[in-house]
Design a protein around this ligand. Structure first.
Ligand SMILES: [Zn+2]
Length: 133
């Protein structure tokens, strides 16, 4: 039994695979099927009969805005459209706030898509200026 350690490449590959992200829990109206997020009532028919659905949290920026511009707490808050059919204002990280643009794909940051508080997403494809190394 000789351990050569040659297998490390394989384990590094496994480590790169994202462990299951909790994603986002949204609501689907039982009456009209409209998806919403963090709403108590269906935005279309005002039914409170909502059942939870689970999104992997991958979405696309539909409106990008920088809040607290010119201050140290400057950050990006973008409206993100999710394929399940709802739009939500999320905080975007992974790039400078002014470099987040409409059409950018975003995904949840590990462990930060909590059920309370703000939803934090990161850019799937950070702008080229991030590759400064
Ligand atoms: Zn409805």
């Amino acid at each position: 039994m000789f351990s050569t350690g040659i297998d490390v490449g394989r384990t590094a590959c496994d480590a790169a695979e994202p462990h299951t992200v909790e994603g986002l829990v949204y609501q689907v109206c039982r009456w009209c099927g409209t998806a919403s997020f963090r709403k108590l009532l269906c935005p279309v028919c005002a039914s409170s009969d909502l059942e939870p659905g689970r999104s992997d949290g991958h979405g696309v920026v539909v409106r990008s805005s920088v809040v607290n511009r010119y201050s140290r707490v400057m950050r990006n808050e973008s409206l993100v459209r999710f394929p399940e059919g709802f739009v939500y204002r999320c905080r975007i990280v992974g790039a400078a706030p002014h470099l987040v643009s409409v059409g950018d794909r975003v995904r949840p940051v590990d462990g930060t898509t909590s059920e309370a508080g703000e939803v934090v997403l990161e850019l799937c494809d950070p702008p080229l200026t991030a590759n400064w190394y």
